[in-house]
Write a new protein. Structure first.
Length: 171
């Protein structure tokens, strides 16, 4: 998740007025975060969970009235803004001061959200491939166990194939 952490850090550094960036999955679990200030980890988890829930509720509300897909949620407070954008299976939450350049922040957040979504989709795709490899390995193991006794268990081809499948699991 270093790639996602790097994206969060670049938002913090490149966008004046941003004080905190959190990426949480849509169940509310924190994936990555950066902040200009220290804060309690429980607060961090709560912020990610609340941001995710608020985004999903707002998205549902817009869907109920036919507003199509939601791009970003911006909540304005006396002390700053919270901007939340979808990243596919996650949300990107950016906490800002009042004097943030809103247009620049929106552009940065949209670009970052797309990059994070691509990274997460790639990871999901790789995970699915690994599941498939595990299934292939299990089938191969089953086939090997069902071989007649007169077939050598140390067949070089099957041993090499098993080794290759085990190596693929490490990716």
């Amino acid at each position: 998740m270093d790639e996602i952490l790097d994206i969060c850090h670049s938002i913090l550094v490149q966008t004046p007025g941003v004080s905190r960036v959190i990426v949480a999955d849509k169940t509310g679990l924190t994936i990555a975060n950066v902040s200009r200030f220290e804060f309690n980890l429980r607060d961090l988890d709560a912020m990610g969970a609340i941001s995710s829930a608020v985004y999903l509720a707002s998205e549902q509300q817009g869907s109920n009235v036919g507003l199509s897909e939601m791009n970003m949620l911006v909540a304005e407070f006396k002390g700053g803004k919270i901007m939340i954008a979808s990243c596919g299976s996650a949300v990107l939450c950016v906490f800002t001061d009042n004097d943030v350049a809103l247009g620049m922040a929106r552009m940065t957040i949209n670009k970052a959200a797309k990059s994070i979504e691509d990274i997460l989709n790639k990871r999901i795709s790789q995970s699915s491939s690994l599941d498939h490899i595990g299934s292939l390995e299990a089938a191969l193991e089953s086939d090997i166990q069902s071989l007649p006794d007169n077939v050598e268990e140390e067949d070089e081809f099957l041993t090499d194939l098993q080794s290759a499948l085990k190596e693929l699991e490490h990716f």
